[in-house]
Design a protein around this ligand. Structure first.
Ligand SMILES: [Zn+2]
Ligand SMILES: [Zn+2]
Length: 209
């Protein structure tokens, strides 16, 4: 399995390409700001995008949905509790400000423990509410994509509508810190001293958990 981290500097976001080398198909996690850069990344590695996965419904993770899906016909995957948010008027308005368009509705509405198949690669949905009610992390052997739930050395904010610090900390402890220690943590923003970390390192050094 291939992981490419794609830096989107406007709000220090990371989008991700998760590629299945045998089928040359891939998923894109959290496209925003610069969908051309994301499409070009996939093309440069010879990957066809079959799925767009949003770790949650905020515009800085979803404003590229429309452009990627229009270009590829990929299926949009988002947790049930955030699925309504991507097509809401306010989110559409913010997406336009961020240079994107309103998102199409979800094609695949996710629940905890669902498996998204990318060729021969299984991606497991971990429902991790706290930053938003429908926040998810995506786990596949050796890698976890943590969106705005867990950053390198920090955690997501919980002062926005639907946020809960108690839930966030519980989600991190029960869903992320129970993964194998050497699992690589791939966050949704470049807020830390390095662009990725490990479960063991966050357990030992993250001051918020
Ligand atoms: Zn967010
Ligand atoms: Zn964010």
């Amino acid at each position: 399995m291939d992981v490419k981290q794609i830096y989107l500097p406007q709000m220090e976001n990371f989008a991700y390409l998760i590629g299945d080398p045998s089928s040359r198909t891939c998923a894109i996690i959290d496209p925003a700001f610069d969908p051309k850069k994301i499409l070009n990344t996939a093309a440069s590695y010879g990957y066809t995008i079959t799925h767009v996965i949003n770790t949650h419904g905020h515009s800085d993770h979803t404003s590229g949905n429309a452009a990627i899906i229009e270009a590829t016909g990929a299926q949009l995957c988002i947790h049930r509790a955030d699925a309504g948010q991507v097509s809401r008027l306010l989110t559409r308005a913010i997406s336009r400000i961020l240079g994107g368009k309103g998102s199409p509705p979800a094609g695949l509405v996710l629940e905890d423990n669902d498996i998204i198949k990318i060729g021969a690669t299984d991606l497991r949905v971990l429902h991790t509410p706290g930053h938003t009610p429908g926040s998810i992390c995506i786990y596949t052997d050796g890698h976890v994509f943590t969106g705005d739930t867990l950053f390198v050395g920090a955690v997501g904010r919980t002062d926005l509508p639907g946020g809960s610090m108690l839930q966030l900390i519980d989600s991190i402890h029960t869903k992320i810190y129970t993964l194998p220690d050497d699992t690589i943590v791939w966050p949704g923003h470049d807020y830390g001293e390095s662009p990725s970390s490990t479960v063991a390192n966050e357990k030992q050094t993250n001051p918020f958990t």
